[in-house]
Design a protein around this ligand. Sequence first.
Ligand code: FES
Ligand code: MG
Length: 592
Amino acid sequence: MSGDPPIKRLRSRDWFDNTERMDMTALYLERFMNYGITPEELRSGKPIIGIAQSGSDLSPCNRIHLELAKRTRDGIRDAGGIPIEFPVHPIFENCRRPTAALDRNLLYLGLVELLHGYPIDGVVLTTGCDKTTPSQIMAASTVDIPAIVLSGGPMLDGWHNGELVGSGTVIWRSRRKLAAGEIDEEEFLRRATDSAPSAGHCNSMGTASTMNAVAEALGLSLTGCAAIPAPYRERGQYAYRTGRRIVEMVHEDLKPSDILTREAFLNAIATVSVIGGSSNAQPHIQAMAAHAGVPLEMQAWQEHGYDLPLLVNMQPAGEYLGERFHRAGGVPAAMWELLNAGKLHGEVRTCTGTTMADNLEGRESADRAMIRPFADPLMEKAGFLVLSGNLFHFGILKTSVISDEFRDRYLSRPGHLNVFEARAVVFDGSDDYHHRINDPALDIGDSCILVIRGSGVLGWPGSAEVVNMQPPDALIRSGTQWLPTMGDGRQSGTSDSPSILNASPESAAGGGLAWLRTGDMIHVDLNQGTCNALVGEAEIARRLAEEPAPPVPKSQTPWEELFREKTGQLSEGGVMDFAVHYRGTSRKLPRH
Ligand code: FES
Ligand code: MG
């Protein structure tokens, strides 16, 4: 298809070939020559392809894209396009305080303005670290120009003393070892740094690997792209092919709105379930669907994902890391299992120009220790459970990370399968948790559930990854690795904590966690999907009337204030409600 004449007038023509406003065309053309591009190129009628560059020194997980962009440019040029590379707002999950979650909507806003306001006909979205994927897909949907995802890929596998150590996951596991007195702080640091041996994003099935798998499952990146480790030669080859393909997509006018259907989102939910993906996929998939104009009810996670088995043996739910996942066939091999089990919508259109079923042809995995057959999984019914009750309308539980030890203690009681009651110990944010968790006066034991509030979209602000609270040190030393936890924040996708997450509405928005008190009993019924505090209506009313609401810190920056004003709850994806009404902005050109 490349080289064919455009089937419609490209939007960049309005800048570079505008006969009505020759004066403006002259103005637009002249400054691009600063770096050597010629008016002949810009006026040739070739598509202008943006490369949304997410890599920088401030976003090390995505820094590989600074290199990959050279191959992407080669591909664009060879297919008859003109590459224009520009930066997007950097996001670095681990380092951004108070949380990188503030930046997803900020990158989104910035990228919408760039794609809408400049002469760009199609775009390569360079993804990697957690929020860099959903934010860019959200923006591509709003503008609705042809867009393709190029992920940067995970780091090489981390090894420490002959043991596979996955980034993120090693932190949570070492934290427990430190509390148990099994390692010292120096060893903690060595384990952490050994988990990150090369360029790339997290090498475990954390939020980064999950969201890049989601991009592929949605049909937005070339088949097999997501799992290629960043330093592998295939990265550069996929960058080249991605560059070629986006030019063809512009000629075919293949836009996000042609790809992002409800079926595509259901495919993404199914894929996240069988790969043991991050709980953060919930707000991000919800947000991408909202911006794509696709209705996706909160129960979809349970209805289309919970019954699915865990197939991918990758930390934190399993044993291995990204290199082996890639060698075993990566995302297409996991999706191949779904397709052949009749659990995938194979007819959906994808960025390759053909259907998902076509893309997956012949992609069966050869490494059955890494990617298990659908009929012989690592775990049955391993997707996400959706919970509700008097504390919140929506909370989600990732069941694939629940350990046998935890199941035996809490979920396997005869006659009470998947039902338990626990005494709440309530913390107001993570500082309060860290100050008080080892206080003997709290009398925390195996019959407790740790609850954190003030960690949602408004309360934090941004919503923090803090719900994976570990038990007091003394309890860990006596052999309890996990207590049930619950909160209105999120948890890291690399965490193996059995937590009820993303509770919405959050305490700062008037959710039930605001009136919960330490000592209240909480009844969790995973069969019914309910989670209730055993507190009477009258007592709830009294607390709300007589006792102060939990503290909410003041905004420290202008964006925090604006973010709080405009952003909705995690159950709805944490999107800015007004923004989802803008769709297809590229169909109306901005004024000169
Ligand atoms: Fe960036 Fe995990 S911290 S990918
Ligand atoms: Mg994270």
